[in-house]
Design a protein around this ligand. Structure first.
Ligand SMILES: [Zn+2]
Ligand SMILES: [Zn+2]
Length: 366
């Protein structure tokens, strides 16, 4: 039966139409169709990547320094407060990425007061993953051209490339060409984002290096040496990998209950290490949902934090995908692994019935 369904849906134009229908329903405030609009691009297996040696050597040095930081941690050569500080920095700056760069600024899945935006932009600067503008641009491009040569971290090129290899390779020409088609006008109109972009280097030196390193030194007497290798190098590299797993592991391993035609999958491990970003089949299917998972799912600290901010009045207009839409989409395009709708998928719709025309499909979707 499942094969019959896929045969019907392998009509690419229909699948594209279904995606567009969801997109049109889901961006009432006009995300300008940045997400999930699958252009017909692919991956050229013969494309030879050029290594950017400066970046490759930089990452090697960073990792050696982080390993030394890990050695200091594992051999108890730092003060107990420094342990707590490193963990706090990792979690807090991680929220600058997941709650700030990802769910707020890339996907506009909720709105935030200026104070919350400012906190998130500062936390994002501590994380040190380039300025918000560039982070968001790369991420919007990732969604718009997922797993094609125009995706900066195209996962069809394998685990290493999508994890970190893309940051030490020359960009594919399509990444540059298609990158120019992205609409970044919302961020360009945001003075806070443009302020961080303009002053990113000094802000990085202060927020990502000086404050993390010198607070333990000045407040509880940690050595500059130990603090540099743990509060900066180890913490920085650890968070990079937590973020990168979303682009690599969550695009390669897991189930696809919502859309089996996408590469991204539901991956518990990634959710656990990334504050809830591993429910990636859901996220690529319904990218505007602030929970990035059905019902908020589990291991989703960021979802709970956004809820808490909403309770405090700092976050508002939280967007979610309606239950009916999730159900219909799961039945139409899921791989059958959904614990509830996976069963209905087999029984409810008879896609092999050629008498169902696209108009009726629309009605069912709506
Ligand atoms: Zn996303
Ligand atoms: Zn992704």
């Amino acid at each position: 039966m499942d094969d019959d369904i896929s045969t019907r849906l392998e009509d690419e134009s229909l699948h594209k139409k279904l995606l567009d229908d969801d997109e049109n329903q889901s961006h009432p405030e006009g995300d300008k169709g940045q997400h999930n609009s699958m252009e017909k691009l692919g991956t050229d297996p013969n494309f030879k990547r050029k290594i950017v040696w400066k970046n490759a050597i930089g990452f090697l040095v960073l990792h050696l320094a982080a390993f030394y930081g890990l050695y200091l941690v594992l051999t108890f050569r730092i003060k107990i407060l420094t342990y707590l500080w490193v963990m706090f920095l990792d979690l807090a700056s991680g929220e600058g990425i997941t709650m700030g760069a990802h769910r707020l600024f890339s996907h506009k899945s909720f709105k935030a007061t200026f104070s919350l935006k400012l906190i998130l932009v500062l936390l994002h600067t501590i994380a040190g993953q380039n300025c918000m503008y560039i982070w968001v641009r790369d991420h919007r491009q990732h969604h718009k051209f997922s797993d094609t040569d125009a995706d900066p971290h195209n996962a069809t090129r394998g685990f290493f490339f999508s994890h970190m290899g893309w940051l030490m390779s020359r960009k594919h020409p399509l990444v540059i060409e298609k990158g120019k088609t992205l609409d970044m006008s919302d961020l360009e109109a945001d003075p806070l984002i443009m302020w961080q972009k303009k002053y990113y280097k000094p802000l990085y030196l202060i927020m990502a290096i000086a404050l993390p390193v010198y607070i333990p030194v000045l407040v509880w007497g940690e050595t500059v040496w130990a603090s540099t290798f743990t509060s900066f190098f180890l913490r920085y590299v650890f968070l990079l990998h937590q973020t990168w797993f979303v682009n690599s592991a969550a695009h390669l391993w897991g189930t696809k209950p919502f859309d089996k035609y996408l590469l991204p999958a539901e991956n518990k491990f990634v959710s656990l290490v990334s504050g809830g970003e591993g429910w990636h089949n859901y996220h690529h299917t319904f990218p505007w949902d602030y929970r990035t998972s059905e019902f908020g799912a589990s291991y989703n600290v960021t979802c709970s934090l956004i809820d808490s901010c909403a309770y405090l009045g700092m976050a508002f207009d939280l967007k979610t995908a309606p239950f009916k839409m999730i159900e219909q989409r799961t039945i139409r395009t899921g791989d059958g692994s959904h614990p509830i709708y996976g069963m209905k998928k087999v029984k409810t719709y008879r896609w092999e019935d050629r008498n169902i025309n696209e108009l009726e499909i629309d009605e069912k979707v709506n």
